[in-house]
Design a protein around this ligand. Sequence first.
Ligand SMILES: *[C@@H]1O[C@H](CO)[C@@H](O)[C@H](O)[C@H]1NC(C)=O
Ligand SMILES: *[C@@H]1O[C@H](CO)[C@@H](O)[C@H](O)[C@H]1NC(C)=O
Ligand SMILES: *[C@@H]1O[C@H](CO)[C@@H](O)[C@H](O)[C@H]1NC(C)=O
Ligand SMILES: *[C@@H]1O[C@H](CO)[C@@H](O)[C@H](O)[C@H]1NC(C)=O
Ligand SMILES: *[C@@H]1O[C@H](CO)[C@@H](O)[C@H](O)[C@H]1NC(C)=O
Ligand SMILES: *[C@@H]1O[C@H](CO)[C@@H](O)[C@H](O)[C@H]1NC(C)=O
Ligand SMILES: *[C@@H]1O[C@H](CO)[C@@H](O)[C@H](O)[C@H]1NC(C)=O
Ligand SMILES: *[C@@H]1O[C@H](CO)[C@@H](O)[C@H](O)[C@H]1NC(C)=O
Ligand SMILES: *[C@@H]1O[C@H](CO)[C@@H](O)[C@H](O)[C@H]1NC(C)=O
Length: 734
Amino acid sequence: MVSSRAVVLLVFCLCTIPKSLGFVERSWAEAIALANETVNLMTLDEKIGMVRGVGQFSISGTNITIPPLCFNDGPAGIRLGGSNVTGFPPAINVAATFNRDLMYSRGVAIGEEFRGKGIHVYLGPAVDIMRNPKAGRAWEGFGPDPYLGGEGAYQTIMGVQSVGVSACTKHLGPYNQEHWRYGLNAEVDDRTFRELYWWPFMKSVEANVSALMCAYNEVNGTSSCHNAALIGDEGYLRTEGFQGFVVSDWGATHDSAADNANAGLDMEQPGDWILIGGGVYSGLEAAVDDGQVTEARLNQMVTRILTPWLRLGQDQGYPDINFNAQDPDGTDSLNLNVNVRTDAHTALVRQIGSASAVLLKNNRTTTDGTATGTTIRGLPLSKDIKTIAVVGQDAQQLNLDCGGGLNECNDGTMVIGWGSGSNNVEFTVPPIDAITDFAQGFATISSDITSNDLTGGPAVAEGKDLAIVFANAMSGELGFYNIVDGNEGDRNDLNLWWKGGSLIEDVAAVCNNTVVVIHSVGPVPMSSWNNHPNITAIIYAGAPGEQTGPSLVDVLWGAVNPSGRLPFSIDDDEASYGTTIVYGIDPFPVLDYTEGLFLDYRYMDSQGITPVYEFGYGLSYTTFAYSSLSIEASASSGSVSFILTNTGSFDGTEIPQLYLGFPSSAGEPDKVLRGFDNVFLASGAKQTVTINISQKEMSIWDVVNQEWVVPSGTFNVYIGASISDIRLTGSFTA
Ligand SMILES: *[C@@H]1O[C@H](CO)[C@@H](O)[C@H](O)[C@H]1NC(C)=O
Ligand SMILES: *[C@@H]1O[C@H](CO)[C@@H](O)[C@H](O)[C@H]1NC(C)=O
Ligand SMILES: *[C@@H]1O[C@H](CO)[C@@H](O)[C@H](O)[C@H]1NC(C)=O
Ligand SMILES: *[C@@H]1O[C@H](CO)[C@@H](O)[C@H](O)[C@H]1NC(C)=O
Ligand SMILES: *[C@@H]1O[C@H](CO)[C@@H](O)[C@H](O)[C@H]1NC(C)=O
Ligand SMILES: *[C@@H]1O[C@H](CO)[C@@H](O)[C@H](O)[C@H]1NC(C)=O
Ligand SMILES: *[C@@H]1O[C@H](CO)[C@@H](O)[C@H](O)[C@H]1NC(C)=O
Ligand SMILES: *[C@@H]1O[C@H](CO)[C@@H](O)[C@H](O)[C@H]1NC(C)=O
Ligand SMILES: *[C@@H]1O[C@H](CO)[C@@H](O)[C@H](O)[C@H]1NC(C)=O
C-alpha cells in the first residue's frame, strides 16, 4: 500500500557509517535523538499526518519534504509494485531449506527490489506459527516451530535492512486462522505466548526490526491493536527492548483513536479507510485537543516512526517512489515500472526452490545395481530414460488472470498461496516448460496437463519409462479476497485439490516408474499411495516461487542433490496435530490455545503418534554418518560438536539438527529444536560441526517471576537427521 504523509524535512549533520549502497546507518540512540529534534519542529497537523496512512483508496497531494513513506506487501516480494518484480518463494519454503545463508540472501534480494521501487517499509517477515496445518496464511510464515521461525525472521530482517529498507514483522498476534479473523479471541497463556508465538518477534527485535504489525483479531478479549499487554510500554514488545513503531494491519483498528494510541499503537493503516467506515486516527486530532491523548504521547508515536527511517538512512539518497499501487498495470504517468528483477535474483529463487525440495521417498534402481550406475527407476534421473509422461494440471502454466494479481485461483501450477501475501507470478516458469526444455534433446515427452483427467492422465503414462505426476493443495487469505473452490482462506481439509490423490494412484497403477511431485502450502495426506511399489520417488516441493520448473529439473536430473527438510510433520489425520480451525461460529469465537507448547512434532511425540513423514525429515542422493559427540555446557551457554561424514557416492548437503530435552521438571515437550546447520560435503569427506546453544535457548519462561530461567537438572542433547532419526545422544547438567 502507498501512504503519503506531509511532514517537514530537516537537514541533519551526523556521525555516519558509510554503506556500500551510499546510505548511512545510524545507531538507535542517534536516530532517536534526531527524531526528537524533528518532532519538536512539527505542527500538530504534520504529526497527525505522520501516524495516519493515506493512499489506500486515493492518492492525495501533500507538501512533502519528509517524503511520503511507502509501505508494501509482502513477505515474499513486492505485491503492488507494477510489473518487473521477482516472485520469491514464500517463507514456508525458505524454512524447508534450513539454510540461514539462503534466508539472509533472500532478504537482501527482496530488500533490493523494495529499495529499487522506492518503498520504505517491507511488510514482512510474517512469522505466524502454523498452529493448525489448514491455516490459510501459514505458508506466509516459517511453519509450526518457533526456533525455526525465529531464525527465519532474524535472517530475513538482517538481509532486508542491510540494504536500508525497513522490515515489519507480523502479525502480533497470535493470528492463526482466517475464519472470523476480524474479531475472534485467542486465549493464550503467558508461557505459551512467550515460548512459541512471541519467539520469532523476540528474534526480530534482536535483529533491530523497524516495525511490528498488530493483527486483526483479539487476544485475551482485547483487540491486538489496542492491547496494552502486547503493545504498551509495559507489554511484551517494549519490555523486550523494541524501539521502532507498531503499525496496525490494514483495517485492524476496532476501537477509538484515544484507546488505540494510549494502548501503544503508533500508526494506523490505512488511515483513509474512513472512506469505507474505518480510519479511527482521523479522530486523533480531536482526542489530542481535548486531552484524551497527550501531545507527549503523539510526539512519542511520531518519534518512533521517524527513528527507523533515520536509523536506516532513508533520509539521504533514497530512491523516489516510482510506481502507483492504485494502477499496478501501468498506464498511469506515475508508473515508471522500473525493472528491479536481476539475473542474480532469478538464480537465487531457483536455488531456494531446489534447496527447499524435500525428497520423501526414493527407490532407486540402477542397471548395474550400484549407487553410481545408470538409473532406471527412482532419482536422480538418467538421460537414458527415453519416454516421459508429464501428468496433472499442476505441471502447467498457472492462470495469470485471476483475482487481480492476488493469485486467487488454483489453476495451473501452485507456486505461492493467494491473498495479500502472494506476489507477482507473471514470470513463473512452469514444470512442463522446464522439463521440456531440458529433456527434449534426449527423450520423448508426452503430457496430459490441462486438467486432472483420471482417464487421459493414466493413458499417457501407460507404457512409458517414467511418469512424473503432479498434484497440489492451496490456501490463502480471506479478508477482501476470493473464496477459492469453496476454501475461505483456510483449507477445508488437508486433501490434495482437484482429485490429485486419485490421479496419483491411477497413474501408479499403469506405470512402474512413477515420480510424484507435490506442490502444497502444507501437509497433505499421502499414506494411501506413498508405499505404492510403482511410486519410485516423491518430492514435496512446497510453494517454490516463480522458478518452480527449473528448480525441479535441477533436483530430478541431479544437478542439485536435494537437502530440503520438512518444516512440519505430514500426517493424513488432522487429529494428529491436536488443534483445529474454527469455521462455523457467529459471531466471533473464542479460541483456547489449551494445547500450550504442544504443536506438530511436539504434540505427536507426546502422544506417541508416528506421522507419515516427520518434522525435519528429507532424503538425499547420498548418505551421512554422525559420530564423536562432544558437549561443553553450563547454565549460561552450550557448545555441541560432532563429526559428520558423507558416506555415499554423491556430493551433498546434510542438515544436522539439534533437539534439546529439558529436565523433566521443566514441563517442556520431550524434544524441542534448538539448532541446525547446513553442511556441504563431497562424497567421502568429513567435517566437525559445532552448534552453539545460547542461555535463552536453554531457558523456559518463568510466569511468576516474569523472566527467562534455565531450569536446573539434566538436559538431553539429541543430534539427528530429523525429530525421529536421532543419531547421537548426550547430556549435560545445568
Ligand atoms: C542493533 O542495533 C544496536 C544499536 O544500534 C547495535 O549495537 C547492534 O549490533 C544491532 N544488532 C544487530 C543484530 O545488528
Ligand atoms: C526523546 O524525547 C523523549 C520525550 O521528550 C525523552 O524521554 C527522550 O529521552 C529523548 N531521547 C533522546 C535520545 O533525546
Ligand atoms: C501546501 O502548502 C500550501 C501553501 O504553501 C497550502 O495552501 C496547502 O494547503 C498545502 N497543502 C497541503 C496538503 O498541506
Ligand atoms: C517489464 O516486463 C515486461 C514483461 O512483462 C517487459 O516487456 C518489459 O520490457 C519490462 N520492463 C522493463 C523496464 O524492463
Ligand atoms: C492472556 O491471559 C493469560 C491468562 O490470564 C495470561 O497468562 C497472558 O499473559 C495474557 N496475555 C496477554 C497478551 O494479555
Ligand atoms: C523405498 O524407499 C523407502 C523410503 O526411502 C524405503 O523405506 C524402502 O525400504 C524402499 N524400498 C525399496 C524396495 O527399496
Ligand atoms: C517396468 O515396466 C516396463 C515396461 O513398461 C518393463 O520393461 C520393466 O521391466 C518393468 N520394471 C519393473 C522393475 O517392473
Ligand atoms: C505397476 O505397474 C505395472 C505396469 O508397469 C502394472 O502392471 C502393475 O499392476 C502396477 N502395480 C501396481 C501395484 O499397481
Ligand atoms: C560457538 O561458540 C564458541 C565459543 O563461544 C565460538 O568460538 C564459536 O565460534 C561458536 N561457533 C558457532 C558455530 O557459532
